[in-house]
Design a binder for this molecule. Structure first.
Ligand code: RNT
Ligand code: ZN
Length: 420
Protein backbone atom coordinates (compact mmCIF):
# COMPACT_ATOMS: atom_id res chain seq x y z
CA UNK A 1 0.00 0.00 0.00
CA UNK A 2 1.19 3.50 -0.75
CA UNK A 3 1.28 6.42 1.62
CA UNK A 4 -1.69 8.05 -0.08
CA UNK A 5 -3.89 5.04 0.46
CA UNK A 6 -2.80 4.89 4.08
CA UNK A 7 -3.51 8.60 4.48
CA UNK A 8 -7.01 8.01 3.14
CA UNK A 9 -7.62 5.11 5.52
CA UNK A 10 -6.47 7.08 8.53
CA UNK A 11 -8.53 10.06 7.55
CA UNK A 12 -11.65 7.85 7.67
CA UNK A 13 -11.02 7.27 11.37
CA UNK A 14 -10.36 10.94 11.98
CA UNK A 15 -6.55 10.88 11.92
CA UNK A 16 -4.57 13.43 9.94
CA UNK A 17 -1.36 11.67 8.87
CA UNK A 18 0.20 14.92 7.65
CA UNK A 19 -0.16 16.46 11.07
CA UNK A 20 1.30 13.34 12.67
CA UNK A 21 4.32 13.46 10.35
CA UNK A 22 4.89 17.12 11.16
CA UNK A 23 4.68 16.54 14.90
CA UNK A 24 7.03 13.58 14.78
CA UNK A 25 9.59 15.55 12.77
CA UNK A 26 9.80 18.02 15.64
CA UNK A 27 10.00 15.44 18.43
CA UNK A 28 13.47 15.55 19.88
CA UNK A 29 15.04 12.38 21.23
CA UNK A 30 18.41 12.58 22.89
CA UNK A 31 20.92 10.07 21.56
CA UNK A 32 23.10 8.61 24.34
CA UNK A 33 26.74 8.63 23.33
CA UNK A 34 27.48 5.73 25.70
CA UNK A 35 25.98 3.00 23.49
CA UNK A 36 29.05 3.36 21.27
CA UNK A 37 31.75 2.40 23.76
CA UNK A 38 30.03 0.38 26.51
CA UNK A 39 29.91 3.40 28.87
CA UNK A 40 33.71 3.64 29.17
CA UNK A 41 34.38 7.28 28.32
CA UNK A 42 37.76 8.85 27.62
CA UNK A 43 38.84 10.22 30.97
CA UNK A 44 40.55 7.17 32.42
CA UNK A 45 41.80 3.67 31.75
CA UNK A 46 39.31 2.13 29.34
CA UNK A 47 39.77 -1.27 30.96
CA UNK A 48 38.75 -0.13 34.41
CA UNK A 49 35.54 -1.73 35.61
CA UNK A 50 32.20 -0.05 35.15
CA UNK A 51 30.93 0.73 38.67
CA UNK A 52 27.80 2.20 40.20
CA UNK A 53 25.76 -0.95 39.83
CA UNK A 54 25.49 -0.83 36.04
CA UNK A 55 26.88 -3.38 33.64
CA UNK A 56 27.42 -3.85 29.92
CA UNK A 57 27.54 -7.43 28.76
CA UNK A 58 28.98 -8.80 25.54
CA UNK A 59 32.17 -8.20 23.63
CA UNK A 60 31.05 -7.70 20.07
CA UNK A 61 33.97 -6.29 18.09
CA UNK A 62 34.16 -2.65 17.06
CA UNK A 63 33.74 -0.63 20.24
CA UNK A 64 34.69 3.04 19.77
CA UNK A 65 37.94 3.72 21.63
CA UNK A 66 38.67 7.35 20.80
CA UNK A 67 36.67 10.55 20.34
CA UNK A 68 37.26 10.27 16.59
CA UNK A 69 35.88 6.75 16.46
CA UNK A 70 32.88 7.63 18.60
CA UNK A 71 32.12 10.70 16.50
CA UNK A 72 32.34 8.65 13.30
CA UNK A 73 29.97 6.09 14.78
CA UNK A 74 27.50 8.75 15.89
CA UNK A 75 27.58 10.15 12.35
CA UNK A 76 26.74 6.70 11.07
CA UNK A 77 23.75 6.58 13.45
CA UNK A 78 22.60 10.05 12.41
CA UNK A 79 22.60 8.89 8.79
CA UNK A 80 20.22 6.07 9.60
CA UNK A 81 17.66 7.86 11.74
CA UNK A 82 14.99 10.29 10.57
CA UNK A 83 13.97 13.39 12.53
CA UNK A 84 15.51 15.77 14.98
CA UNK A 85 18.17 14.23 17.19
CA UNK A 86 20.07 15.71 20.08
CA UNK A 87 23.31 14.35 21.51
CA UNK A 88 23.57 13.18 25.11
CA UNK A 89 27.06 13.26 26.63
CA UNK A 90 28.51 12.11 29.92
CA UNK A 91 31.27 14.08 31.63
CA UNK A 92 33.55 11.07 31.20
CA UNK A 93 33.58 11.86 27.46
CA UNK A 94 35.69 14.97 28.04
CA UNK A 95 38.35 15.34 25.37
CA UNK A 96 41.83 16.18 26.63
CA UNK A 97 44.48 17.33 24.20
CA UNK A 98 47.57 19.51 24.05
CA UNK A 99 45.60 22.59 23.06
CA UNK A 100 43.37 22.47 26.12
CA UNK A 101 46.10 21.60 28.57
CA UNK A 102 45.62 17.86 28.85
CA UNK A 103 44.06 15.71 31.53
CA UNK A 104 42.28 17.08 34.59
CA UNK A 105 40.23 15.18 37.14
CA UNK A 106 36.44 15.35 37.14
CA UNK A 107 36.21 18.13 39.74
CA UNK A 108 38.27 20.39 37.48
CA UNK A 109 36.46 19.88 34.18
CA UNK A 110 35.82 22.97 32.10
CA UNK A 111 33.81 23.88 29.04
CA UNK A 112 37.00 23.75 26.95
CA UNK A 113 37.12 19.99 27.42
CA UNK A 114 33.87 19.80 25.46
CA UNK A 115 34.72 22.29 22.74
CA UNK A 116 35.23 19.56 20.19
CA UNK A 117 31.82 18.15 21.00
CA UNK A 118 30.32 21.62 20.58
CA UNK A 119 31.98 21.89 17.17
CA UNK A 120 30.65 18.44 16.31
CA UNK A 121 27.09 19.42 17.29
CA UNK A 122 27.27 22.79 15.55
CA UNK A 123 28.37 21.21 12.30
CA UNK A 124 25.40 18.85 12.48
CA UNK A 125 22.92 21.44 13.74
CA UNK A 126 22.01 19.52 16.88
CA UNK A 127 21.75 20.38 20.58
CA UNK A 128 23.43 18.56 23.42
CA UNK A 129 22.39 17.20 26.82
CA UNK A 130 24.82 16.40 29.59
CA UNK A 131 25.41 14.13 32.59
CA UNK A 132 27.90 14.40 35.41
CA UNK A 133 29.63 11.01 35.78
CA UNK A 134 29.43 9.79 39.37
CA UNK A 135 30.68 6.26 38.67
CA UNK A 136 33.66 4.27 37.35
CA UNK A 137 36.18 6.43 39.18
CA UNK A 138 38.63 5.91 42.03
CA UNK A 139 36.94 8.59 44.15
CA UNK A 140 33.77 6.50 44.45
CA UNK A 141 34.35 5.19 47.98
CA UNK A 142 32.01 3.52 46.76
CA UNK A 143 29.52 6.31 47.62
CA UNK A 144 29.79 9.72 46.00
CA UNK A 145 27.39 12.56 46.81
CA UNK A 146 26.07 10.68 49.84
CA UNK A 147 29.42 9.54 51.20
CA UNK A 148 30.07 9.98 54.93
CA UNK A 149 33.57 11.13 53.94
CA UNK A 150 33.56 14.94 53.58
CA UNK A 151 36.47 14.93 51.15
CA UNK A 152 34.79 12.45 48.82
CA UNK A 153 31.59 14.42 48.94
CA UNK A 154 33.41 17.67 48.21
CA UNK A 155 35.10 16.17 45.15
CA UNK A 156 31.78 15.03 43.69
CA UNK A 157 29.98 18.28 44.53
CA UNK A 158 32.72 20.15 42.68
CA UNK A 159 32.21 17.75 39.79
CA UNK A 160 28.49 18.49 39.79
CA UNK A 161 29.10 22.24 39.81
CA UNK A 162 31.62 21.97 36.99
CA UNK A 163 28.95 20.08 35.04
CA UNK A 164 26.42 22.88 35.57
CA UNK A 165 28.96 25.30 34.03
CA UNK A 166 29.58 22.93 31.15
CA UNK A 167 25.84 22.48 30.60
CA UNK A 168 25.38 26.28 30.48
CA UNK A 169 28.15 26.43 27.90
CA UNK A 170 26.54 23.70 25.80
CA UNK A 171 23.14 25.41 25.95
CA UNK A 172 24.55 28.83 25.05
CA UNK A 173 26.76 27.60 22.24
CA UNK A 174 24.14 25.38 20.68
CA UNK A 175 21.08 27.54 21.33
CA UNK A 176 19.07 24.68 22.83
CA UNK A 177 18.37 23.85 26.47
CA UNK A 178 20.70 21.29 28.02
CA UNK A 179 19.11 18.61 30.18
CA UNK A 180 21.65 17.81 32.90
CA UNK A 181 20.90 14.58 34.66
CA UNK A 182 22.16 13.70 38.11
CA UNK A 183 22.32 9.99 38.77
CA UNK A 184 24.53 8.19 41.24
CA UNK A 185 24.76 4.50 41.96
CA UNK A 186 25.13 5.25 45.68
CA UNK A 187 23.74 2.47 47.82
CA UNK A 188 24.52 -0.66 49.79
CA UNK A 189 24.76 -4.33 49.00
CA UNK A 190 23.37 -5.31 52.36
CA UNK A 191 20.78 -3.98 54.74
CA UNK A 192 21.91 -0.53 55.86
CA UNK A 193 22.23 0.42 59.51
CA UNK A 194 21.41 4.01 58.61
CA UNK A 195 19.10 4.82 55.72
CA UNK A 196 18.47 8.47 56.53
CA UNK A 197 22.02 9.78 56.86
CA UNK A 198 23.06 9.04 53.28
CA UNK A 199 19.84 10.59 51.97
CA UNK A 200 20.34 13.74 54.01
CA UNK A 201 23.88 14.03 52.67
CA UNK A 202 22.70 13.34 49.12
CA UNK A 203 20.06 16.04 49.46
CA UNK A 204 22.57 18.55 50.79
CA UNK A 205 25.07 17.69 48.03
CA UNK A 206 22.58 18.17 45.21
CA UNK A 207 21.47 21.43 46.80
CA UNK A 208 25.08 22.59 46.80
CA UNK A 209 25.47 21.60 43.14
CA UNK A 210 22.32 23.54 42.26
CA UNK A 211 23.60 26.58 44.13
CA UNK A 212 25.96 27.11 41.18
CA UNK A 213 24.33 29.87 39.15
CA UNK A 214 22.53 28.95 35.94
CA UNK A 215 19.49 29.93 33.92
CA UNK A 216 16.75 27.31 34.34
CA UNK A 217 15.59 28.06 30.80
CA UNK A 218 19.01 26.93 29.55
CA UNK A 219 20.09 24.25 31.97
CA UNK A 220 17.55 21.73 33.21
CA UNK A 221 19.02 19.75 36.09
CA UNK A 222 17.25 16.43 36.70
CA UNK A 223 17.45 13.87 39.45
CA UNK A 224 17.11 10.25 38.30
CA UNK A 225 15.87 7.67 40.76
CA UNK A 226 16.64 3.97 40.91
CA UNK A 227 15.43 0.90 42.74
CA UNK A 228 18.63 -1.17 42.89
CA UNK A 229 21.82 -2.03 41.03
CA UNK A 230 24.34 -4.85 40.84
CA UNK A 231 26.20 -4.88 44.15
CA UNK A 232 23.74 -2.36 45.62
CA UNK A 233 20.76 -4.65 45.97
CA UNK A 234 19.50 -3.68 49.41
CA UNK A 235 19.46 0.07 49.42
CA UNK A 236 19.62 2.89 46.88
CA UNK A 237 20.11 6.37 48.29
CA UNK A 238 18.40 8.06 45.32
CA UNK A 239 15.21 6.04 45.50
CA UNK A 240 11.99 7.00 43.71
CA UNK A 241 10.58 8.81 46.75
CA UNK A 242 13.88 10.61 47.32
CA UNK A 243 14.27 11.84 43.74
CA UNK A 244 10.66 12.85 43.33
CA UNK A 245 10.54 14.67 46.65
CA UNK A 246 13.79 16.42 45.85
CA UNK A 247 12.46 17.62 42.50
CA UNK A 248 9.15 18.70 44.05
CA UNK A 249 10.93 20.64 46.77
CA UNK A 250 13.20 22.38 44.23
CA UNK A 251 10.82 22.79 41.32
CA UNK A 252 12.24 26.22 40.51
CA UNK A 253 15.49 24.61 39.35
CA UNK A 254 15.16 20.86 39.03
CA UNK A 255 12.95 18.32 37.27
CA UNK A 256 12.38 14.62 37.95
CA UNK A 257 13.77 11.99 35.61
CA UNK A 258 12.28 8.52 35.30
CA UNK A 259 14.20 5.65 33.74
CA UNK A 260 11.81 2.81 32.94
CA UNK A 261 14.42 0.27 34.03
CA UNK A 262 14.46 1.66 37.55
CA UNK A 263 11.24 0.39 39.08
CA UNK A 264 9.86 -2.84 40.48
CA UNK A 265 9.03 -5.14 37.59
CA UNK A 266 5.24 -4.67 37.63
CA UNK A 267 5.43 -0.88 37.89
CA UNK A 268 5.16 0.98 34.61
CA UNK A 269 6.50 4.39 33.72
CA UNK A 270 3.68 4.92 31.20
CA UNK A 271 1.32 5.34 34.15
CA UNK A 272 3.71 7.57 36.05
CA UNK A 273 4.04 10.12 33.21
CA UNK A 274 0.55 11.63 33.59
CA UNK A 275 0.81 11.39 37.38
CA UNK A 276 3.94 13.52 37.38
CA UNK A 277 2.64 15.90 34.73
CA UNK A 278 -0.29 16.67 37.02
CA UNK A 279 2.28 18.41 39.23
CA UNK A 280 5.44 19.14 37.25
CA UNK A 281 5.42 21.38 34.16
CA UNK A 282 8.40 19.41 32.82
CA UNK A 283 9.69 15.90 33.31
CA UNK A 284 12.51 13.88 31.75
CA UNK A 285 12.70 10.25 30.70
CA UNK A 286 15.36 7.65 30.08
CA UNK A 287 13.84 5.19 27.67
CA UNK A 288 15.29 1.71 27.94
CA UNK A 289 14.18 -1.94 28.07
CA UNK A 290 14.52 -3.77 31.33
CA UNK A 291 14.59 -7.55 30.99
CA UNK A 292 14.00 -8.93 34.51
CA UNK A 293 16.13 -6.12 35.95
CA UNK A 294 17.66 -2.82 34.82
CA UNK A 295 19.40 -4.66 32.02
CA UNK A 296 19.43 -1.75 29.56
CA UNK A 297 18.50 -3.86 26.55
CA UNK A 298 17.85 -2.16 23.21
CA UNK A 299 14.41 -0.52 23.07
CA UNK A 300 11.94 -2.56 21.03
CA UNK A 301 8.55 -1.59 19.64
CA UNK A 302 6.92 -3.43 22.52
CA UNK A 303 3.72 -2.74 24.42
CA UNK A 304 5.22 -0.65 27.19
CA UNK A 305 7.28 1.49 24.80
CA UNK A 306 4.07 2.15 22.86
CA UNK A 307 2.21 2.92 26.07
CA UNK A 308 4.93 5.35 27.17
CA UNK A 309 4.73 7.05 23.77
CA UNK A 310 0.93 7.18 23.99
CA UNK A 311 1.10 8.95 27.33
CA UNK A 312 3.74 11.39 26.09
CA UNK A 313 1.56 12.26 23.09
CA UNK A 314 -1.74 12.38 25.02
CA UNK A 315 -0.29 14.56 27.76
CA UNK A 316 1.07 17.07 25.25
CA UNK A 317 4.62 16.00 26.05
CA UNK A 318 5.81 16.65 22.51
CA UNK A 319 5.32 20.36 23.13
CA UNK A 320 8.40 20.43 25.31
CA UNK A 321 7.14 19.19 28.67
CA UNK A 322 8.64 15.70 28.32
CA UNK A 323 12.36 15.48 27.62
CA UNK A 324 13.11 12.13 26.03
CA UNK A 325 16.48 10.41 26.05
CA UNK A 326 17.59 6.89 25.27
CA UNK A 327 19.53 4.91 27.85
CA UNK A 328 20.72 1.42 27.00
CA UNK A 329 24.02 -0.25 26.29
CA UNK A 330 24.22 -3.57 24.52
CA UNK A 331 27.73 -4.81 23.76
CA UNK A 332 26.60 -8.20 22.45
CA UNK A 333 25.53 -7.04 18.98
CA UNK A 334 26.65 -4.47 16.45
CA UNK A 335 26.52 -1.32 18.57
CA UNK A 336 25.36 0.91 15.74
CA UNK A 337 22.58 -1.52 14.87
CA UNK A 338 21.58 -1.38 18.54
CA UNK A 339 21.63 2.42 18.65
CA UNK A 340 19.60 2.86 15.45
CA UNK A 341 17.07 0.16 16.30
CA UNK A 342 16.21 1.71 19.66
CA UNK A 343 16.07 5.22 18.28
CA UNK A 344 13.81 4.28 15.37
CA UNK A 345 11.61 2.26 17.72
CA UNK A 346 10.96 5.23 20.00
CA UNK A 347 10.04 7.24 16.92
CA UNK A 348 7.78 4.45 15.69
CA UNK A 349 6.07 4.28 19.06
CA UNK A 350 5.50 8.04 18.97
CA UNK A 351 4.16 7.84 15.42
CA UNK A 352 1.84 5.01 16.42
CA UNK A 353 0.48 7.22 19.19
CA UNK A 354 0.14 10.21 16.87
CA UNK A 355 -1.81 8.08 14.38
CA UNK A 356 -4.55 7.39 16.83
CA UNK A 357 -7.83 9.33 17.24
CA UNK A 358 -6.93 10.21 20.81
CA UNK A 359 -9.65 12.81 21.36
CA UNK A 360 -12.31 10.40 20.21
CA UNK A 361 -10.91 7.71 22.49
CA UNK A 362 -10.96 10.08 25.44
CA UNK A 363 -14.58 10.96 24.67
CA UNK A 364 -15.53 7.28 24.55
CA UNK A 365 -13.91 6.78 27.94
CA UNK A 366 -15.75 9.76 29.41
CA UNK A 367 -19.05 8.54 27.95
CA UNK A 368 -18.38 5.15 29.46
CA UNK A 369 -18.54 3.42 26.08
CA UNK A 370 -15.83 0.89 26.81
CA UNK A 371 -17.11 -1.60 24.25
CA UNK A 372 -16.64 0.78 21.34
CA UNK A 373 -13.36 2.00 22.79
CA UNK A 374 -11.96 -1.52 22.95
CA UNK A 375 -13.07 -2.40 19.44
CA UNK A 376 -11.73 0.85 17.96
CA UNK A 377 -8.39 0.49 19.69
CA UNK A 378 -7.98 -3.12 18.63
CA UNK A 379 -8.84 -2.29 15.02
CA UNK A 380 -6.27 0.46 15.03
CA UNK A 381 -3.61 -2.24 15.29
CA UNK A 382 -4.16 -3.42 11.71
CA UNK A 383 -4.11 0.04 10.16
CA UNK A 384 -1.30 0.66 7.60
CA UNK A 385 1.06 2.22 10.11
CA UNK A 386 4.17 0.99 8.26
CA UNK A 387 3.36 3.03 5.17
CA UNK A 388 3.21 6.24 7.16
CA UNK A 389 6.49 5.32 8.87
CA UNK A 390 8.09 4.73 5.47
CA UNK A 391 6.87 8.13 4.33
CA UNK A 392 8.37 9.70 7.45
CA UNK A 393 11.75 8.11 6.76
CA UNK A 394 11.73 9.19 3.13
CA UNK A 395 10.72 12.77 3.87
CA UNK A 396 13.41 13.01 6.54
CA UNK A 397 16.23 11.60 4.41
CA UNK A 398 16.61 8.31 6.23
CA UNK A 399 16.38 4.81 4.79
CA UNK A 400 13.08 2.96 5.08
CA UNK A 401 12.85 -0.35 6.96
CA UNK A 402 14.53 -3.15 5.04
CA UNK A 403 17.05 -0.74 3.54
CA UNK A 404 19.46 0.05 6.35
CA UNK A 405 20.83 -3.24 7.62
CA UNK A 406 23.10 -3.37 4.59
CA UNK A 407 24.67 -0.07 5.65
CA UNK A 408 25.24 -1.47 9.16
CA UNK A 409 26.99 -4.42 7.54
CA UNK A 410 29.04 -2.24 5.19
CA UNK A 411 30.23 -0.03 8.07
CA UNK A 412 31.03 -3.10 10.12
CA UNK A 413 33.10 -4.57 7.30
CA UNK A 414 34.81 -1.33 6.32
CA UNK A 415 35.28 0.31 9.72
CA UNK A 416 34.32 -1.60 12.86
CA UNK A 417 36.00 -4.90 12.01
CA UNK A 418 39.30 -3.05 11.47
CA UNK A 419 39.34 -1.89 15.11
CA UNK A 420 41.55 -4.61 16.53
C1 RNT B 1 21.99 3.85 35.48
C2 RNT B 1 21.22 5.03 35.01
C3 RNT B 1 22.01 6.08 34.30
C4 RNT B 1 23.07 5.53 33.37
C5 RNT B 1 23.70 6.54 32.44
C6 RNT B 1 24.94 6.04 31.84
O1 RNT B 1 21.19 2.85 35.96
O2 RNT B 1 20.17 4.60 34.19
O3 RNT B 1 21.16 6.94 33.65
O4 RNT B 1 22.56 4.49 32.60
O5 RNT B 1 23.85 7.74 33.09
ZN1 ZN C 1 19.07 6.06 33.14
Amino acid sequence: MSYNEAKEKYSKIGVDTEKALEQLAKAQISLHCWQGDDVRGFDSDPDKPLTGGIQTTGNYPGRARTPEELMADIDEVLKLIPGKAKLNLHASYAIFDKENGGYVDRDKLEPKHFKRWVDFCKERGIGCDFNPTFFSHEKCDPLTLSSPNAETRKFWIEHGKACIRISSYLAKELGEPCIMNIWTGDGYKDIPADRKGPRERYRDSIEQILSESFDFKEVKPCVESKVFGIGVESYTVGSAEFALSFAAAHSDKCIPLMDNGHYHPTEVVSDKIPALLAFFPEIALHITRPVRWDSDHVVLLDDETKEIAKEIVNCGGLNGSVHMALDYFDASINRIGAWVTGYRNVQKALLYALLSPNDEFKALQDEGNFTKLMIAREELKTMPFGDVWAEFCTRNNAPVDGEWYKEIKRYEDDVLSKRA
